[in-house]
Write a protein that binds this ligand. Structure first.
Ligand code: ADP
Length: 165
């Protein structure tokens, strides 16, 4: 059986926490698509194409991981990819509440697509894209020094550049 999953999210930007979930997920599934959700109502820091490009750099060494963007319902994208699983990461009890609600809604929309959770690794469970956007605003040197504890290498300079000037 070919186990194909998608890992949907905003990835604005991709963090070490996301990277950890993808690397662990890539061992569990035959094929994994990291799916950048495009929400026309939101104004992200990185454009969808930029987020896709950064993710591709971070996962270039993983042959069974692809990166794509999508608009509309996540379950529809999963079906288009032939994926029966949506992978999500869980950090905290508050994640749990929101994720449970979303998993129930998605299951109502598409009973044939299952949501599967991986627990965040202890060392990354405090990391969020929101925190990283705040750190990058600290300025070039301090920002660069701190960011390397939170984001994969290819994200550091593009992140600093967003707040330079
Ligand atoms: P969304 O806007 O869909 O929540 P995110 O990019 O914030 O998108 O997160 C995508 C997924 O990755 C979510 O399931 C989220 O809980 C999970 N995630 C985010 N940060 C971490 C982390 N540090 N460790 C593990 N999972 C995480």
């Amino acid at each position: 059986m070919n186990r194909t999953a998608i890992y949907p999210g905003s990835f604005d930007p991709v963090t070490l926490g996301h990277e950890d979930i993808v690397r662990r997920g890539a061992k569990v599934f035959d094929a994994l698509t990291v799916a950048v959700g495009v929400n026309p109502g939101k104004s992200p820091l990185f454009a969808p194409e930029e987020r896709v490009e950064l993710l591709r750099q971070v996962f270039a060494d993983l042959p069974n991981v692809e990166v794509a963007s999508f608009e509309g319902l996540t379950v529809d994208f999963a079906r288009r990819r032939g994926a029966r699983v949506m992978l999500r990461g869980l950090r905290t009890v508050s994640d749990m509440e929101a994720e449970f609600t979303m998993a129930l809604a998605n299951h109502a929309l598409a009973p044939d697509v299952e949501t599967v959770f991986l627990m965040a690794s202890e060392r990354y469970s405090h990391i969020s894209s929101t925190l990283i956007r705040q750190i990058a605003q600290m300025g070039r040197d301090a920002g660069r020094e701190h960011l390397r504890h939170f984001v994969p290498g290819p994200v550091i300079e593009p992140m600093i550049a967003k707040f330079a000037g």
